[in-house]
Design a protein around this ligand. Structure first.
Ligand SMILES: [Zn+2]
Ligand SMILES: [Zn+2]
Length: 352
């Protein structure tokens, strides 16, 4: 009897499980052996036995949770095949945040790819997404509606620089998630020629330092807490999204509030959050890239998770691809999850 996809991967209470390899992928609860796609809190949790992930993701987890975040660490080298139980596994870049990877699981000529979160847009802080041909592709759907088309990030970053030129006395306080988005915004600012210091909220420091240690050039990033008010006129300041409206941001001279997120494409959302300068910068794929990627993999079957599954499942149907939603509770907390209209503050939490 041929192997079925469900023999390679099934859904358990802890999340995706490979019975033939006896491991979980991005489990939501502590397990014996976890394979982790990337360091966002909804995918990478503390308390597992063995964790297999890219060296970057392992270091990110150590920074966030402490060195004892798991019992044993195992490094996954991109593209290197590893035998685990009765399956073969390899990691490939996902282009989402530093260290992020897709995980391919193979057995008897059948390949299933868990992409984790991914994007195709360029990001100077991580390796670009690599298409891995497969039989079954598990895709996210954070921005899985045709209305979501992310603009070129250069234009978004220039808007920020232009605003500083226009209002040289005002501090520009930019909300950005602490892992990935903040460092990407800094790197993009540098690419656009911003060579002045970029001031950081304390919550951004550790991960930014890690990126720097790993060789991502982010320039001078002084702490706000150690800076004088006079230095903050016309300054660009990065902070967790929840801080843009709280008392913390009020200590700046006449602040312009900005927020870097794919959700800033929705004007009402920006207004509602009191964001003066919305910057549409997303670490997730927009609709055209989700569709393109599914086609590129050549998968005959697609499982859709992480947000707006329905439209993408329907689109797959129009392409003759079998698809079904995969409801994984607990995912989508990395800052760009679809905010539930009933509990709007959700999108501000989970700064990481
Ligand atoms: Zn993520
Ligand atoms: Zn996620």
């Amino acid at each position: 009897m041929p192997l079925r996809a469900s023999d390679l991967l099934t859904l358990t209470r802890e999340g995706l499980y490979c019975p033939l390899g006896r491991f979980h992928v991005d489990p939501t609860h502590p397990v014996e052996r976890a394979l982790i796609t990337h360091g966002h809190a909804d995918h990478a949790r503390a308390g597992h036995g063995t964790v297999l992930a890219t060296p970057e993701t392992l270091r990110i987890m150590a920074v966030r949770y402490g060195e004892g975040f798991c019992a044993t660490r195992q490094e996954a080298r991109l593209g290197e095949r590893m035998r685990i139980g009765d399956v073969t596994v390899f990691f490939a870049p996902a282009g989402h945040v530093r260290g992020s990877a897709q995980i391919a699981i193979e057995r008897a000529g059948q390949r299933i790819v868990v992409s984790g979160d991914y994007k195709r847009a360029p990001d100077p802080t991580c390796l670009p997404f690599e298409v891995v041909p497969c039989d079954v592709f598990i895709t996210e759907a954070t921005f899985g509606l045709p209305v979501f088309r992310h603009p070129d990030t250069r234009g978004e970053v220039r808007k920020l620089i232009e605003s500083v030129t226009l209002f040289p006395e005002r501090a520009h306080v930019v909300g950005a998630y602490a892992l990935g988005k903040a460092q990407r915004v800094m790197a993009l600012l540098r690419e656009e020629g911003w060579d002045r210091p970029i001031f950081l909220h304390g919550a951004m420091e550790k991960l930014t330092d890690l990126y720097k240690r790993e060789g991502v050039p982010l320039g001078e990033t002084p702490k706000v807490a150690a800076s004088e008010r006079k230095d903050l006129h016309g300054a660009i300041v990065l902070c967790p999204p929840s801080s843009i409206q709280d008392l913390w941001s009020r200590k700046f001279p006449d602040p312009v509030t900005a927020f870097a997120s794919g959700w800033m494409r929705v004007r009402a959302r920006a207004r509602q959050k009191g964001v003066e300068l919305p910057l549409v910068i997303s670490d997730h794929s927009d609709w055209p890239d989700l569709c393109r990627t599914i086609s590129d993999t050549g998968a005959e079957e697609v499982w859709v998770t992480h947000g707006q599954e329905d439209a993408l499942v329907h689109w797959c149907g129009t392409q003759g691809i079998r698809a079904e939603p995969l409801h994984l509770l607990g995912y989508g907390d990395d800052g760009e999850a679809e905010p539930d209209p009933g509990q709007e503050p959700h999108m501000e939490e989970a700064s990481a």
